[in-house]
Ligand binder design. Sequence first.
Ligand code: DQA
Length: 144
Amino acid sequence: MKNTILVLNGPNLNLLGLREPGVYGTNTLDEIDEEIKEYAKKLGLRCETFQSNSEGELIGKIHEAYDLYSGIILNAGALTHYSYALRDAITSVRLPCIEVHLSNVHAREEFRRLSVIAPVCIGTISGFGKESYLLALQAISKLM
Ligand code: DQA
């Protein structure tokens, strides 16, 4: 549907609030999802959020997105760094996708510097905490 965005979160992001708060902040994913939805409304977008720890479920959701959404905002968690299957799912559905990270992946361990997803996304927003999602919404709203 036009103006409807799917916000996808991958492995371990269900533990936000508890998980390394110094890196990822103290907000829970539910709180962040709530803010995302409110901000989306202000931008005139509709938005659905989904989190899974399973690569297969995330891929399934991307496949379903083909007919239902006009864009995807994706924080793939650690899958970012090695999931060619997730990357192929994005190219398969040909929806505009923005890669998002709460932390600055370039300022951390070496393995986080590689994103196999980045080349098939419009762009990447990384390092702004929960604001990364809101910045991605702003960016995607300009493309609709
Ligand atoms: C993350 C960064 C990844 O390297 C990590 O595996 C995550 C979270 C982020 O939002 O900063 O799970 O995607």
